[in-house]
Design a protein around this ligand. Structure first.
Ligand SMILES: [Ca+2]
Length: 141
């Protein structure tokens, strides 16, 4: 987590993607171990997302994936969501304009896995994927 400008709440948020003024091809990863209880009747991942980009020509070059990965070998179980620079319109390409995202993870009840936020950007025109307030709420029966 980085101490920087434009958090959604508090003072910190995960800062994934190119650094302003230091544009380069970059991969960055945040991984969170998760267990969904076997008796869960709901399991919802929510997070706040802010995407800003300098890409302008209408093609996808920079990506953020939300992945479910197997413990312990880290193999991919499922790619739940893919965002790109094209999705900067979600937050109108404005720094700090976070929008709530929600992913249903009830399909994984009774399982432990790694929740992964993975960013892969190319060498030009920075895209920033700011995520904040990641939570996973599960209700049991
Ligand atoms: Ca780029």
């Amino acid at each position: 987590m980085a101490l920087s400008s434009y958090p959604h709440s508090g003072y910190r948020y995960a800062y994934l993607g190119d650094l302003p003024g230091h544009v380069k091809a970059l991969g960055s990863v945040h991984q969170i171990p998760v267990t969904i209880p076997a008796n869960a009747i709901t399991a919802t991942l929510t997070f706040w997302l802010n995407i800003t980009t300098a890409e302008a020509n209408g093609a996808a070059y920079d990506f953020m994936e939300v992945n479910i990965r197997r413990i312990p070998d880290d193999s991919l179980i499922r790619r739940e969501r893919v965002y790109s620079n094209l999705n900067s319109s979600i937050t109108e390409n404005v720094p700090g304009d976070y929008r709530r995202q929600s992913i249903d993870l009830l399909a994984y009840k009774g399982q432990s896995f790694t929740l992964q936020f993975y960013v892969d950007t190319d060498f030009s025109n920075a895209t920033l994927f700011r995520i904040d307030g990641v939570s996973l709420l599960a209700d049991g029966s």
